[in-house]
Design a binder for this molecule. Structure first.
Ligand code: HDE
Length: 663
């Protein structure tokens, strides 16, 4: 499946097949395994230009990783709007339902370096580049709808606090350390987002099953110049799922690439990840109708109050050809917008508009990063910008300035009617001041709203999340200060965390008083479709070929991914059989488990596999032989989500729920 962007990329794709190796200057290479030396055992010669070029290039292969969001993974796809939204916006990709717009999406963690594990507890970046016919629109969002700070000037402080501590560069890929929680306790505006990050939202099971949020308030502007406030949402067609923390931690070691592998393999198999684009729209006259400031990025617009209008679908359908060339060099920027979309005065958004171009200059080596294939728009670029590092174009002609007569005043500017970008003409007045608006100062009500809206297991997991992270802190003062902050949101949360980590339970009656809930904050709001889930079938001793095949057929029919796991691999055909062993497979790598025993005692590995699946609340089916032998294990055969059956359809039905929290 190719779209315009992929065709453009194909044109610049270098194939290594069937081509003679050359130097970068085009000279054919006759030898690539030995440097030029004086005699077979003599010294190397400086004149070996092929060696020098090869090593010089290698020496400079790495570019600086992103300051934040260094660990990421991307894919191509396309977006199509369901209906003409010209009532709200003039953006061509949002008004023409017949048009498909190429997209490139990069998911990321925030804290860790490029090689850190995928499954850490963190906010996930969800950045989408739309290659529209009117230029590039980047929706550079996260999987959590709010952010830790309200003003961009505090971003370096937040990131310095969360990144590995400077004196020992620890910890990697996590916020469970003193400086982050000190920042949290001293900067109460971070409370709401921290509560989200400590809940199940901080440990998503994969990228396919996260929500996406533009976070900031933007504007949509229609062709008459009328503007609406808008928040952008991505709603996952595959529902929302998370890990349990123990499972995520094991995965840091078992498979550091767990999330990227899931995305890559889903796309390779043709099980394309999909999201629907949603808009929350507020009329300009309603700007002050809410008990929060709609410009404050630490606040959601509760969906029960401002419903999300579903307007289109994005499908990721092609992996990149080369991760460095595309994903690593992708330069996202919230300031890349197209006519029909505009900014609000959210002070966090305004600051981001400076940061992203600035960072690309040092990361991608100069101001021509827009010419890197992944960053090029699909429409043509004409302007008088010239020269600079890594210029990829050969500009023709004498004239490089505007206005000119020598070249008929080309390239010319365009009026709004001709598609020129015109900024929304908002009237603003005020004094030059450094001051936070009073309307930004309620830090706790929405954190409470979030906690009130969680199911009991979700709330319990949030208590566990805080208990782990604060428990890992060394400073008693930091732990106490952090719990004192939580006490302003929710008494039960503060009390349980204080007891878990051994600090004093703060005073009573400090918490914000509110029973308000929003039905769209629990992760259980989405159905979770069966396809894409996985099952490991453990073969304890032996299984006949027919049974194995019938199991496989049931899984294929239901679009479940599966692996047969045994003591040793056993090929039945070239691509079918027992492909995994107890050394290569692990319960954390699968969503469910079937155990098949055939008379012999259970192997210790099988019992361990079953116990961990049980502990992580996942569906578990054991055949009768296995059930008899599991009588004395740590798992209870009568617990919810544990089934004794020989029938592979039982596991299909067990996916009625992805996790049995009541186990
Ligand atoms: Fe970013 N952010 N950010 N950020 N951000 C970067 O840009 C920054 C913020 C987000 O996959 C950097 O190219 C400032 C909010 C994503 O390549 C940098 C502030 C949100 C990505 C930067 C914020 C984000 C970045 C680092 C405070 C969610 C990864 C490398 C005002 C709405 C994009 C780069 C990718 C990356 C600055 C806050 C999302 C340093 C100053 C809020 C998804 O420019």
């Amino acid at each position: 499946m190719t779209n315009k962007k992929q065709e453009q990329l194909n044109k610049v794709t270098k194939q290594n097949d069937n081509d003679a190796m050359t130097t970068n200057n085009g000279v054919k290479v006759n030898e690539d395994e030995n440097t030029l030396t004086v005699g077979e055992r003599g010294p190397s010669l400086l004149e070996d230009f092929h060696f020098r070029e090869k090593i010089m290039h290698f020496d400079h292969e790495r570019i600086p990783e992103r300051i934040v969001h260094a660990r990421g993974f991307g894919a191509h796809g396309e977006f199509q709007v369901y209906e003409d939204l010209s009532k709200y916006t003039s953006a061509d990709f949002l008004t023409n339902p017949d048009k498909t717009t190429p997209v490139f999406v990069r998911f990321s963690t925030v804290q860790g370096s490029k090689g850190s594990p995928d499954t850490v507890r963190d906010v996930r970046g969800f950045a989408t580049k739309f290659y529209t016919d009117e230029g590039i629109f980047d929706l550079v969002g996260n999987d959590i709808p709010v952010f830790f700070i309200q003003d961009a000037i505090k971003f370096p402080d937040l990131i310095h606090a969360v990144k590995p501590e400077p004196h020992n560069e620890m910890p990697q890929g996590g916020s469970a350390h003193d400086t982050f929680w000190d920042f949290f306790a001293q900067n109460p505006e971070s409370t709401h987002t921290a509560v989200w990050a400590m809940s199940d939202r901080g440990i998503p099971k994969n990228f396919r099953q996260v929500e996406g949020f533009g976070v900031h308030t933007f504007r949509l502007v229609n062709s008459e110049g009328k503007s609406y406030f808008v928040k952008f949402h991505w709603k996952p067609v595959h529902g929302l799922e998370s890990f349990v923390w123990d499972e995520a931690q094991i995965l840091h070691g078992k498979d550091v690439d767990f999330h990227r592998k899931d995305l890559y393999e889903s796309i390779e198999k043709g099980d394309y990840p999909e999201w629907e684009l949603g808009l929350q729209i507020i009329e300009p006259e309603q700007e002050f109708d809410f008990d929060f400031d709609i410009l404050d990025p630490t606040k959601i617009w509760p969906e029960d109050q401002v419903p999300v209008k579903i307007v289109g679908k994005m499908t990721l359908n092609q992996n990149v050809s080369n991760v460095f060339d595309e994903t690593e060099q992708a330069a996202f920027h919230p300031g890349h917008i197209v006519p029909g979309i505009d900014f609000s005065n959210d002070p966090l958004l305004q600051g981001r508009l400076f940061s992203y171009t600035d960072t690309q200059i040092s990361r991608l080596g100069g101001p021509n990063f827009n010419q890197i294939p992944i960053n090029r728009p699909v429409n043509e670029v004409h302007n008088n910008q010239r020269d600079a590092m890594h210029q990829m174009n050969v500009h023709k002609g004498q004239v490089a300035y505007h206005k000119n007569a020598l070249n008929n005043n080309e390239p010319h500017t365009s009026s709004k009617e001709e598609g020129g970008y015109e900024h929304y003409q908002e009237k603003v007045e005020g004094h030059k001041i450094r001051k936070r608006s009073e309307s930004f100062k309620d830090y706790y009500s929405q954190a409470k709203l979030y906690l009130n809206s969680l199911t009991q297991p979700e709330f319990d997991h949030t208590v566990d999340g805080f208990s782990f992270e604060l428990g890992m802190c060394k400073s008693i003062m930091v732990k106490q200060n952090a719990v004192n902050q939580l006490n302003k949101v929710d008494r039960e949360l503060a009390e349980r965390v204080a007891n878990n980590i051994g600090v004093e339970v703060p005073e009573e009656n400090e918490e914000v008083q509110s029973d308000a809930k929003d039905s769209k904050l629990t992760m259980e709001k989405f159905d979770i479709p069966l396809p894409g889930h996985s099952v490991a079938v453990l073969i304890n001793d032996d299984i006949d070929e027919e049974t194995l095949k019938s199991y496989a057929q049931t899984f294929v029919d239901n679009k479940l991914n599966y692996a047969f796991v045994g003591k040793q691999p056993r090929n039945i055909s070239e691509d079918f059989g027992i492909t995994e062993t107890f050394d290569t497979a692990h319960p954390t790598l699968f969503d469910s488990l079937m155990v098949y025993a055939n008379g012999q005692d259970l192997l210790p590995e099988v019992e361990e596999f079953a116990e961990l699946t049980y502990k992580h609340n996942k569906p578990l089916v054991v055949n009768e032989e296995a059930a008899q032998r599991l009588q004395n294990s740590k798992l209870s055969l009568s617990a919810p989500g544990v089934f004794v059956s020989n029938d592979p359809a039982t596991i299909v039905n067990a996916f009625d729920r992805a996790r049995y929290w009541d186990r």
